[in-house]
Ligand binder design. Sequence first.
Ligand SMILES: [Zn+2]
Length: 156
Amino acid sequence: MLKLGRRLLNVGEEERIHVLCETSNCLPDPFQIFAKCTIGNKGLRIRDTGKMAVTITKHSPPGTYAEGVRIVLDPEKTRKYPKLHAWYMNTAKPSHEEVIEELKIAGEDVLSYQLVRVQVPHKEKKFVMICEGCGEAFIKRGEENLCIDCVNRSDV
Ligand SMILES: [Zn+2]
């Protein structure tokens, strides 16, 4: 997925990209390892819809539209690879090795993609304060002077 994304977006190995994974299972790992997109550097975001899909976008300034591509593992295409397909559809439990083996052979043959444009959000100013509830420092996001833990506690 990473290779295909880089090629479609015409970005080099050293160029910064942003990745949005639609599942927290397996998929985020190669991007953290090979593309240095991590949760910590905000290169990687996860929106867990349980889909084997990823959107890769070029690094672009806030407020602009970034060129991107959404790539999915396509169940119509994995049919040709019985072990991979069974694993994907969870209809059988082939071994990890068997799945990886087929996945390597299949490569981009099992992927579908669509070019997209993604608006880059404006950077919010970071405002750190001490929570009035627990006394711990936190990054303020709304109007509350309480951290999210204390907000949730006071709801009950
Ligand atoms: Zn608190």
